[in-house]
Design a binder for this molecule. Structure first.
Ligand SMILES: O=C(O)COP(=O)(O)O
Ligand SMILES: [Mg+2]
Length: 228
């Protein structure tokens, strides 16, 4: 018997420090002590959530690249490929723009199914080129993501739940942006942190009073049925 509900957590904007950048150091113990699966569902490239699970010492249950890459702990699923997003970014660069991440571009280096562009770069030409390729550009508040519209974080979360064997109706999700809306629609209870964008706030069952990991921690304390 487990007292805690399964958790689905976004990373940027949700596990972040009060100033919005970097993982809040208080994240590690509560997720390690959580008595149910914890799924990290992020727009970041695959190695980032894997590393977070690894260093926190928790099982690697991961939805990365906004649903493009799913890891159930046993199997990796790729639900899109990078070719078309890369063609969009190549055309964007050919038009004189840049991804904005510098020469080595560690943001995209290990990305398999989409490409991310710095929010300091102009988005309108990017949207126009992406539309020509039938792709979308989503703004997470941390980056612009050029992606196939089909795979979503919510689809990836369903994969993980099926493989791990928990009921999503019991699960609780916390997120901050438009890329969490699909997650909110597949779980039993959803929460948007106070810093969330309008789309996430509208989709969540509840908008929290507190931002970033302060908000997420308040949910974890509230939904845990463990005896104190
Ligand atoms: O990669 C991003 O832009 C945002 O990442 P997140 O989905 O963990 O918030
Ligand atoms: Mg986020």
């Amino acid at each position: 018997m487990t007292a805690d509900p399964p958790l689905v957590l976004d990373i940027d904007g949700t596990l972040t420090r009060p100033d919005g950048w970097g993982i809040d150091p208080r994240v590690f113990d509560p997720i390690r002590e959580w008595e149910a699966p914890v799924v990290l569902a992020t727009g970041k490239a695959f190695p980032y959530p894997i590393a977070l699970c690894h260093f926190a010492g928790v099982p690697e249950l991961v939805v990365a690249e906004n649903g493009g890459v799913v890891y159930t702990g046993d199997d990796v699923f790729f639900t899109a490929d990078r070719e078309a997003p890369q063609a969009v970014v190549d055309a964007y660069r050919a038009a004189g723009y840049s991804t904005g991440w510098g020469e080595e571009d560690t943001v995209n280096r290990w990305r398999e199914t989409e490409v991310a562009i710095s929010r300091e770069q102009p988005v309108e030409p990017l949207r126009e080129i992406a539309a020509d390729y039938g792709l979308e550009v989503i703004d997470t508040g941390y980056a612009y993501h050029v992606k196939d519209p089909t795979p979503t974080k919510g689809d990836g979360v369903e994969y993980v739940a099926d493989h791990v064997g928990f009921d999503l109706a019991d699960a609780v999700a916390v997120g901050d942006s438009i890329n969490d809306v699909s997650t909110f629609s597949v779980v039993g209870r959803s929460f948007a942190v106070a810093n969330a964008d309008d789309e996430a706030k509208a989709a969540a069952d509840e908008v929290l009073e507190r931002p970033h990991f302060d908000g997420t921690l308040s949910v974890m304390e509230r939904v845990s049925d463990r005896d104190a």
